[in-house]
Write a protein that binds this ligand. Structure first.
Ligand code: ATP
Ligand code: MG
Length: 498
C-alpha cells in the first residue's frame, strides 16, 4: 500500500447547480503514468485542479504519501510536490519567462525586498535546460512566445520544484512533435524515478501508448480503471460514453470528386512566416484537406485564406474577384474560420454561449432586418443540442465551460452563420470522440448543402476520412495533391510530409 503517492477520496464539487464531481475516488501509484479520460465536461480538469490546489471548495479528502493533503493554493501544492500544466493558458503574458517560471517564489531571489533579476534569469535558464529546452530566452515577455513555447515554459515551471506528482492536462493536443517529445521525455523520467504522472488527452492512441494505467470518468463519476494489458479503443470508448459509438466516424462515400467551380483561390501566395508561392483552388461543395507537419505553414495558410495574416505578396480572392485581405471582408463575404487557438482568437470568454454563437451571425444582418431574440435563442439552443454543449443554459458564460465545450462553441459560431466557405483549423482538437462524430456529420451535411470547406488537420485519419482532395504542405509549399480514395493510407501522406 505504501506505493500510493496520491489518494483522493469521495471528492464532490459543485459549480452552482452543476455537480462537476460526485464522489470520486482515485489513486496514483509510484511509477505510474495514469491516463484520465472521459467526454468533454466529465470532470477531468476539475479533478486535477483540485489535486493541484487550483480549486478549494470541494468536499472529500486527499492523502499524499500517506499524509493528509489539502493544498491552500497552487504554490502550496507545488511545495507539497504536486504540480500541473493546465489545459488553458497558464502563464501571464506581460511577465517575462523567468518571472512566470518563478511566479509566487520571488523571495528565492530577493534581498531586502529587491528581486535579483539576473539570478532569477539564470535559474530560469537552468529550469529550461533541465527539460531539454535550449531556444527560449528567459528574459523576454511570455506574450511574445508562440502558444507552444508558452506551454514549454509552463512545463519548465512545473518541474522547478521536482514534483513527485505531475499533471498534464491535454497539453500535447495543441503542440507539435518538438514540444511533445519534451513532454514525453519528462514523463518517462518521472516514471523511472518512481514518481507519478496524471495525463489527460482525448487522443486514445496517444493515451494507450503513453500510459501505464487509465481511469475513465463520466458525468463526474469514476466508471473504472484499466491496466495496460486491458487497453482497447473499443472498451475505452464504450466506458466513456456508456453506449456504442459507430465504428467509422468519417464519410462513407468514395465518390469521385465533382469538379465544381472554384469559389476561393490563392495565387502566388506568400506569407510572413513560411508560406511561399502557394497556388490553390477551393471548389464548390468540396472538402479540401490540408496536412503537413505543424510547422509546415499549414496553419499560416489557414490564417492567410481568412485574411487574418497579411499576405506579403500574391493574393486570395473569391470567384467574383473580391480580394480577401482582412477578416472583416472575409466574414462579410460568408467565410467562416475556426482557429486552432480558441482562447486567443476565437471566443469572447466573458460573454454567454448564445452571444458567442450569434455574434458572427449578427454581423451579417441587413440594416432593418434585425435578428430577433427569439431567433437568436433558437439558433443557440439548436447548436447546444446538436453538439451536446454541456452547460446550465445558453446564457452561461463561455469561460465557465470545459475546454472541449469551448471548442464546440467556436465551431457552432461559424456553422450558425450560414457560411458559404469554412476554414477549419484543427476543428476537433480537444473534443471527445462522440462529439467528433457529430462534427463530422455536420461537415458532411454542410458539404451537401454546397458549402466549401478547407479542413486543416494534424490528424491524418481525419484528413483521409473526410477530404475530397488532400494537399500536403511542406516547408511552406504545396508538396503534393491526393484525390479521395479508399486505398490512400496514412503512410502515403507521411511520405510526402517529411
Ligand atoms: N468555474 C466553473 N464554473 C462553472 N462550471 C464549471 C466551472 N469549471 C468547470 N465547470 C463545469 O464542470 C464540468 C466539468 O468540467 P471539466 O472542465 O472538469 O471537464 P473536462 O472533463 O476537463 O472536459 P474537457 O475534455 O472538455 O476539457 C463541466 O460541466 C463544466 O462546465
Ligand atoms: Mg478539461
Amino acid at each position: 500500500m505504501n506505493d500510493i503517492l496520491l489518494r483522493v477520496q469521495d471528492i464532490k464539487i459543485l459549480f452552482g447547480p452543476i455537480k462537476a464531481l460526485d464522489g470520486v475516488d482515485f489513486e496514483l501509484r509510484k511509477g505510474e503514468i495514469h491516463g484520465l479520460v472521459g467526454e468533454n465536461g466529465s470532470g477531468k480538469s476539475t479533478l486535477t485542479s483540485i489535486m493541484a490546489g487550483i480549486l478549494q471548495h470541494y468536499e472529500g479528502t486527499m492523502e499524499k504519501s500517506g499524509l493528509p493533503y489539502r493544498p491552500l493554493n497552487v504554490v502550496n501544492a507545488q511545495e507539497l510536490g504536486v504540480s500541473m500544466v493546465v489545459q488553458e493558458m497558464g502563464t501571464v503574458p506581460e511577465l517575462s519567462v523567468a518571472e512566470n517560471i518563478f511566479l509566487g517564489k520571488e523571495r528565492l531571489f530577493s534581498k531586502l525586498g529587491i528581486v535579483h533579476k539576473k539570478k532569477m534569469i539564470k535559474s530560469a535558464s537552468e529550469a529550461l535546460e533541465n527539460i531539454g529546452e535550449l531556444t527560449i530566452s528567459p528574459a523576454i515577455p511570455v506574450g511574445m512566445l508562440s502558444f507552444e513555447d508558452r506551454k514549454i515554459v509552463e512545463l519548465a515551471k512545473a518541474m522547478v520544484d521536482k514534483p513527485s506528482v505531475f499533471i498534464l492536462d491535454e497539453t500535447t493536443t495543441a503542440i507539435s512533435m518538438r514540444g511533445r517529445t519534451l513532454m514525453y521525455a519528462v514523463m518517462e523520467k518521472l516514471r523511472q524515478e518512481e514518481k507519478g504522472v496524471v495525463f489527460i488527452t482525448h487522443d486514445l492512441e496517444e493515451l494507450m501508448t503513453v500510459c501505464t494505467k487509465l481511469t475513465v470518468l463520466r458525468d463526474g463519476k469514476i466508471i473504472g480503471s484499466l491496466n495496460k494489458d486491458e487497453f482497447s479503443v473499443e472498451l475505452i470508448r464504450s466506458m466513456m460514453v456508456g453506449r456504442e459509438i459507430k465504428d467509422n466516424m468519417y464519410r462513407v462515400d468514395y465518390d469521385a470528386t465533382d469538379t465544381g467551380e472554384a469559389v476561393l483561390s490563392a495565387e502566388n501566395l506568400c506569407g510572413a512566416e513560411v508560406i511561399e508561392n502557394v497556388n490553390i483552388e477551393l471548389r464548390k461543395g468540396e472538402i479540401l484537406g490540408i496536412g503537413g507537419l505543424s510547422d509546415s505553414g499549414m496553419h499560416e495558410l489557414g490564417r492567410l485564406l481568412f485574411g487574418l495574416d497579411k499576405a506579403i505578396s500574391g493574393r486570395v480572392r473569391l470567384a467574383d474577384g473580391t480580394l480577401i485581405n482582412n477578416p472583416e471582408v472575409a466574414v462579410d463575404n460568408g467565410i467562416g474560420y475556426v482557429s486552432k487557438n480558441r482562447d486567443q482568437e476565437a471566443l469572447m470568454l466573458r460573454a454567454s454561449i448564445r452571444d458567442n454563437i450569434v455574434a458572427s451571425a449578427l454581423k451579417k444582418k441587413i440594416p432593418g432586418h434585425l435578428i430577433s431574440p427569439k431567433t437568436e435563442n433558437r439558433l443557440a439552443d439548436d447548436m447546444v443540442r446538436e453538439l451536446a454543449i454541456k452547460c446550465a443554459s445558453h446564457s452561461q458564460q463561455v469561460r465557465f465551460l470545459s475546454g472541449g465545450n469551448k471548442q464546440k462553441v467556436v465551431f457552432s459560431k461559424w456553422i450558425g452563420n450560414d457560411s458559404k466557405i469554412l476554414i477549419l483549423d484543427c476543428p476537433t482538437r480537444g473534443v471527445d470522440i462522440g462529439v467528433k462524430c457529430a462534427m463530422y456529420d455536420l461537415i458532411v451535411r454542410l458539404k451537401a448543402d454546397g458549402c466549401s470547406i478547407v479542413l486543416i488537420s494534424e490528424e491524418l485519419q481525419e484528413l483521409l476520412g473526410m477530404s475530397d482532395r488532400i494537399l500536403i504542405i511542406k516547408d511552406g509549399r504545396v508538396e503534393r495533391e491526393y484525390g479521395r480514395s479508399a486505398s490512400l493510407s496514412e503512410h502515403d501522406l507521411i511520405e510526402s510530409m517529411i
